[in-house]
Write a protein that binds this ligand. Structure first.
Ligand code: ARG
Length: 458
């Protein structure tokens, strides 16, 4: 068992129950590499500043580099009886270089050390996540480009509303994901300050050089207040909040695809390799992956709540409660990465059922707004136009008629401004072509947007 970093003052062994209950090595071992990288920079600084003799610093750096290599190759044996990853690395270093290892913890506390490790972890993971998000955006863009001429009936309140290009709908996902990427980048920029050197919480009397360490570890700056450095976990909460928002987007996308893959919608077909079957109903082809994506999002939101509640009510400075911020953070990062990975693959396995979708576009209620706007262009007020079209739609539904089947005489009964040419706009292509306001679904605009994303995601 690794020696406790604080054992001497106790003069007595802690209960095995205490050890088990307080240990965090089971989960913080994944911070090992960051812990070692932080220690290497710290040891170099101690040597440079003459706080420890240069040969000792060099020995520590050498030993830590060996540990780093062992970690990377999987050779490093974690000591699961250690209190935490810091004690484990410290002990491993002692085994490699002997007494000199005891100088490593000079002008440092686990309080600032853990804040450093987690910040380094989040910075790396944000880069990884940004890569995954970009890949997902590309997969979505590909599907949009492949089906750039497909018009779908769009829905509001899950009721048939107006025609839109499928590509337009898909590009909406890409917009949201872009903001998710930016939010994570913002979080990264904000947390990019080195907490090491705060020590327990008040700083140190030893002549450390924090800027040197920051530079070595790639931090833009150093934290300006030692108490803040060890107290706050707002950077974890912010990253989790960003992941929670991203996950809401992922859940909505999953829900859309689940609906679209039903027999009732029949907009898409998901390849068998990304579906599952039923043990009792032989005909079933279920979108379980999408359902699990939707379901996992609850877990991610729980992770955010978990850390918010953990932090609420803590006094300033370090409290051991803070140890519990890591499992939810790791869980959210892992879950989001798993979702992104499978979503990318799934999007590549979606086939659009063009004929079935085309069959839905004869529903003339899809064009009611276009008729309203036709009348507005002829000088009818919005209110009056809405009433005219409302009456026409109601009559057609009551009498089982179609607007396209109304005679010029019948049209004139609703409004003198309704000429037979109104029937020309009862067409999906005409309808989408009309939506030329910037951000709208006209093919010209959508093609432009696809081109923009093609360039941006390169
Ligand atoms: N395992 C602790 C954490 O995750 C490390 C810091 C412990 N500090 C202390 N003084 N006990 O936050």
């Amino acid at each position: 068992m690794a020696k406790k970093l604080w054992g001497t003052r106790f003069g007595k062994k802690t209960s095995s129950l205490t050890d088990k209950f307080t240990s965090s090595i089971a989960f913080d071992k994944r911070l090992a590499l960051y812990d070692v990288l932080g220690s290497i920079a710290h040891a170099k600084m101690l040597g440079k500043q003459g706080i420890v003799p240069k040969p000792d610093a060099a020995l520590m750096v050498k030993g830590l580099n060996v540990i780093m290599r062992d970690l990377k190759s999987g050779k490093f044996k974690f000591d699961l009886s250690a209190e935490d990853i810091h004690s484990n690395i410290q002990e491993a270093l002692f085994k490699k270089i002997g007494q000199a290892a005891f100088k490593l913890h000079t002008a440092r506390s686990r309080n600032d050390q853990i804040a450093l490790d987690v910040k380094m972890y989040i910075k790396d993971e944000i880069d990884n996540l940004a890569g995954f998000i970009a890949e997902l955006q590309k997969a979505i863009l590909k599907l949009a480009q492949k089906n750039s001429k497909v018009i779908i009936p769009g829905y509001t309140h899950l009721q048939v509303a107006q025609c839109v290009l499928l590509a337009h709908h898909l590009l909406a996902y890409i917009e949201g994901l872009e903001r998710d990427k930016q939010r994570l980048q913002d979080a990264k920029n904000r947390l990019d300050t080195l907490p090491l050197g705060a020590c327990a919480f008040s700083g140190t009397g030893l002549a450390i050089d924090r800027n040197f360490v920051a530079k070595k570890l790639g931090f833009k700056n150093v934290t300006a207040n030692s108490i803040d450095s060890v107290s706050d976990r707002d950077f974890i909460i912010e990253a989790l909040a960003d992941l929670a928002i991203l996950s809401v987007h992922l859940s909505r996308m999953a829900e859309d695809l689940i609906l679209w893959s039903t027999k009732e919608f029949s907009f898409i077909d998901i390849d068998f390799s990304f579906c599952t079957g039923s043990s009792i109903m032989p005909h079933k082809k279920n979108p379980d992956i999408l359902e699990l994506i939707r379901g996992s999002v609850g877990k991610i939101q729980g992770d955010l709540s978990s850390v918010l509640i953990l932090m609420k009510g803590l006094p300033s400075s370090y409290n051991r409660d803070l140890q519990l911020d890591k499992p939810p953070l790791f869980d959210a990062v892992d879950t989001v990465k798993d979702i992104l990975e499978i979503f990318i693959a799934l999007f590549e396995n979606v086939a659009v059922k063009k004929e079935e979708i085309a069959g839905r576009l004869s529903d003339e209620s899809l064009f009611s707004v276009d008729i309203v706007e036709y009348l507005i262009k002829k000088g009818v007020s919005y209110r009056e136009a809405h009433d005219i079209v409302g009456k026409m739609v109601r009559d057609c539904l009551d009498k089982g008629k179609k607007i396209s089947g109304l005679s010029s005489f019948e049209l004139k009964k609703y409004s003198a401004k309704l000429e037979p040419d109104v029937k020309k706009i009862l067409n999906a292509w005409v309808s989408v072509n009309l939506k030329q306001s910037f951000g709208g679904t006209s093919p010209k605009l959508v093609v432009g947007q696809m081109h923009k994303w093609q360039q941006r995601l390169k």
